[in-house]
Design a protein around this ligand. Structure first.
Ligand code: PDD
Length: 276
């Protein structure tokens, strides 16, 4: 495990964040989780571009270019010596005496960790996971990858307490996304996911799945869908940096399709891992 905190490379338990750090006090910051497969970064440019967009959305000047952020992340990977890992980067508005207004003349506070990460075996992946539905209790700017994850972790914990892996969030009767994933259904052979808007995060894995659907000649459609659409879908899967393409085979106690990953999900999941 390698840890970076504001210009220094330190041991995991030695990184110290001052009490008056705005990420810590207000969740006033943004983050990304990216993946390295066999030493090769996966869509890192897209992740860093999203980080910059998130920062702009909260009116935070990073004072760094996309290239500089990317090379800092790659330096962390090199120092860690890991070949298969995730890189977590968090940038907050900085360190200043607690107060709600933006502090003047502060530099953003940057922390990073690199941790080893293994891809889940295909057999286990295709067996699928379970999910529940949960009200989407988040704010209206879910396109920002902000540190404020309380509604996400509360919903994920409800899922876990119910023996499920993910909570599928519902806003105004329609699925938005998972607590930390995007949701896809297969309906009449079409791959369906919710259109991008301020209500969901523009997932990088989602972006890749759209590209793969085209390569695999699977019709890809962006439209809103309901709980009932999910329960009646031929297949359901979630996508995220840490889970890649992961089938959901039982939701709120209802079996989806045949109860294991369906053919479309299997093709997409395999193609995904072949092209990382
Ligand atoms: N979560 N939606 C939400 C709310 C997320 O937090 C994430 C990612 C995604 C999927 O995005 P991507 O494919 O770019 O990882 C969708 C990360 C992994 C996390 O918080 O750990």
């Amino acid at each position: 495990v390698i840890v970076y905190a504001n210009g220094q490379w330190v041991n995991e338990n030695d990184a110290v964040i001052p009490v008056d750090e705005r990420g810590h006090q207000f969740g006033d910051g943004v983050y990304e989780v990216t993946r390295i497969y066999e030493g090769k970064p996966f869509m890192m440019r897209e992740h860093v571009e999203r980080l910059v967009k998130s920062a702009e959305a909260i009116r935070m000047d990073l004072g760094m270019t996309v290239e500089e952020i990317e090379s800092l992340m790659m330096e962390a990977v090199e120092r860690s010596g890991e070949k298969n890992c995730d890189v977590y980067i968090q940038i907050t508005r900085g360190i200043a005496k607690r107060g709600h207004l933006f502090p003047k003349d502060v530099k953003p506070s940057i922390t990073m960790t690199v941790r080893p990460m293994e891809v889940i075996a295909m057999e286990e992946r295709l067996a699928g996971k379970t999910a529940i539905f949960h009200e989407d209790e988040r704010w209206k700017n879910c396109y920002i990858k902000s540190l404020n994850l309380l509604p996400n972790i509360l919903a994920k914990q409800v899922a876990n307490d119910a023996g499920a892996y993910e909570a599928i969030l519902i806003r105004d009767g329609y699925v938005t996304e998972g607590t930390s994933s995007n949701i896809f259904i297969v309906q009449n052979g079409e791959l369906v996911t919710r259109p991008l808007s301020n209500y969901i995060l523009a997932g990088i894995t989602r972006m890749r799945v759209e590209q793969l659907a085209e390569q695999l000649n699977i019709p890809f459609v962006e439209r809103e869908f309901t709980k009932e659409d999910v329960l009646e879908a031929e297949e359901v899967f979630m996508t995220s940096t840490t889970n890649e393409v992961l089938p959901l085979v039982e939701i709120d106690g209802t079996t989806i399709g045949s109860g294991v990953a369906g053919p479309v999900t299997e093709r997409v999941a395999k193609q995904f891992l072949q092209t990382v």
